[in-house]
Design a protein around this ligand. Structure first.
Ligand SMILES: Cc1cc2nc3c(=O)[nH]c(=O)nc-3n(C[C@H](O)[C@H](O)[C@H](O)COP(=O)(O)OP(=O)(O)OC[C@H]3O[C@@H](n4cnc5c(N)ncnc54)[C@H](O)[C@@H]3O)c2cc1C
Length: 340
């Protein structure tokens, strides 16, 4: 079985997702005596090929074309079609990020394959590829056995473990120059605005996530969550109510239509615990919640609960942590990662 992993265009700032996909694809390929091809959509640092091979890729294809300098699905689609035509993969994996959502269904359609989005696991049972995805807002999962190949799956972050890199693995780095019979670009990039969430701790790999919801009452109070996250070397997340209100970036939303997080500690401030939120954080090791409503559903998933007002509890918690850290500083995690 040949499996293709499409490395996200955001890989330049955060390669974790690519390494997870390659690690997962490697395990599937080993089970099916197959190989893993990683496709990098535009030029990357030279060492990225070696990194992908160390994580399990047999072949790394660097796609080189000036039109791919910026991600655009209309350009990536014919490129992937050509690569699939050449290698006839049974499985194509890409991240369930905005680019993956954009590309996966179109590629499956063009190649006459099957498409599964937002998967949380892919396995091989009795030689058949099984794809798991959450349904009913995460209250249940289904296992699908798609019949048409290639099976194109967009996979949620943290669904696969990246695996331990093996520097002795050998593989081949190829360059692929795609053919375009016409200019497929329909969109012109006019401006790139910087996202102030960059260079913070990555939400999806953070050991501590401090999240706020509508109960935080406004964007100004999120500064307190930022302060708490800094003290704990964590990342700031939010409920959809908070991101829809524009209090924080949409990239910080946790839940069904946001990010899936699995930190050691998840702190929820003023979040009711709607199922669409819980599905994105219920795998956290320890969940603590602060809410004025003792009946709030968040307390059903919380290991620790405080019935109280964030406006008073949060400053008290911050000053207590500051007091403790003044005598016993907390060292940052060994491999801090930056958000994409
Ligand atoms: C298709 C779909 C997808 C969705 N995807 C997501 C998603 O990905 N992520 C997500 O989060 N939501 C998602 N939602 C929305 C979800 O259903 C909820 O509406 C949302 O999570 C509510 O956010 P909240 O808990 O911040 O707000 P609310 O439900 O309004 O809860 C606010 C909480 O704050 C408490 N509170 C109020 N004041 C204080 C105070 N001073 N101190 C402490 N507590 C206080 C209240 O008691 C209440 O429990 C989705 C909905 C749909 C339909």
């Amino acid at each position: 079985m040949t499996g293709i992993v499409v490395v996200s265009s955001d890989d330049a700032t955060d390669p974790t997702g690519a390494m997870e996909l390659v690690g997962g694809a490697r395990r599937l390929a080993d089970a099916a005596h197959g190989s893993v091809i990683a496709v990098i959509p535009r030029l990357r640092p030279h060492e990225r090929g070696a990194q992908l091979i160390a994580h399990g890729a047999d072949v790394v294809i660097n796609v080189e074309h000036p039109w791919l300098a910026e991600y655009e699905s209309d350009c990536m689609l014919p490129v992937l079609e050509q690569i699939c035509e050449r290698h006839l993969p049974r499985l194509v994996l890409m991240e369930a990020d905005s680019h993956g959502h954009d590309l996966a269904a179109r590629l499956a359609f063009r190649r006459g394959g099957s498409f599964v989005n937002n998967s949380t696991g892919v396995g091989i049972i009795q030689e058949e590829i099984n794809v798991i995805k959450p349904i009913h807002g995460g209250r249940a999962t289904v296992t699908l056995v798609p019949r048409n190949f290639p099976i194109v799956v967009s996979v949620r972050r943290t669904s696969f473990q990246p695996g331990v890199p093996d520097g002795t693995r050998t593989g081949e780095v190829q360059t692929f120059e795609p053919r375009f019979d016409h200019d497929p670009r329909k969109v012109r990039l006019v401006e790139r605005a910087s996202d102030d969430s960059r260079n913070r701790v990555n939400l999806e790999t953070a050991r501590v996530v401090v999240s706020g919801g509508r109960g935080m009452k406004g964007p100004e109070h999120f500064a307190r969550l930022e302060a708490l996250a800094r003290l704990l070397h964590g990342a700031v997340g939010a409920s959809r109510a908070a991101t829809d209100a524009g209090w924080v970036s949409a990239a910080q939303q946790v839940g069904q239509t946001g990010r899936t997080v699995r930190p050691d500690l998840y702190l929820a401030f003023g979040i009711s615990g709607a199922v669409q939120h819980v599905v994105g954080m219920s795998s956290s090791k320890v969940i603590a919640a602060v809410n004025t409503d003792p009946e709030a559903p968040i307390f059903r998933v919380a290991d620790l609960g405080v019935v109280g007002d964030c406006a008073t509890f949060l400053p008290a918690l911050i000053s207590e942590i500051e007091r403790i850290q003044a005598s016993e500083p907390l060292s940052p995690p060994k491999t801090p990662s930056v958000t994409k």
